[in-house]
Design a protein around this ligand. Structure first.
Ligand code: ADP
Ligand code: MG
Length: 138
């Protein structure tokens, strides 16, 4: 099934000049970039975006990290894009991420883990709408 998913190249990877490297893996992985924005996330946006994690002990630090520098947010499209992109990213904890994945290559630790990918169709739809409010899924 052709899907769309939301990608965020996080502040740590942007600071390491990793935007192009992540995009290269996306494109080499058979996914297409169909929308993109370079921006600095506000505190309120970070808290809203990661709202499902509000009760987690790492929530406050995560929001501080996500607002610490610019990010590159994009919409990816392709066959099974949601699962495919999470394969390209590797596990949340870079110590557990498969060799060659974005997080194995570029992440610093479980928080500063280089990039975000949506985890399911419904969250992808919500997350895409969060940063690309005019972008209707067809
Ligand atoms: P994923 O981004 O792989 O979907 P989660 O949705 O579980 O992972 O977590 C969202 C983000 O919160 C992670 O990408 C990471 O930046 C941060 N995070 C997750 N678990 C931890 C943790 N135990 N300690 C610190 N930060 C964490
Ligand atoms: Mg998640």
């Amino acid at each position: 099934m052709i899907e769309r998913t939301l990608s965020i190249v996080k502040p740590d990877a942007v600071a390491k000049h990793g935007i192009g490297k992540v995009l290269a893996r996306i494109e080499e992985g058979g996914l297409e970039v169909v929308a993109g924005r370079f921006l600095r996330i506000t505190r309120a946006e970070a808290e809203g975006f990661y709202g499902v994690h509000r009760e987690r002990p790492f929530f406050n630090d995560l929001c501080t990290f996500m607002t610490s520098g610019p990010v590159f947010v994009s919409v990816l499209e392709g066959e099974n894009a949601i699962a495919r992109y999470r394969e390209i990213l590797g596990a949340t904890d870079p110590a557990k991420a498969a060799p060659g994945t974005v997080r194995a290559l570029f992440a610093t630790d479980i928080e500063k883990n280089a990039a975000h990918g949506s985890d399911a169709p419904e969250t992808a739809r919500i997350e895409i709408g969060f940063f690309f409010p005019g972008c209707e899924l067809v």
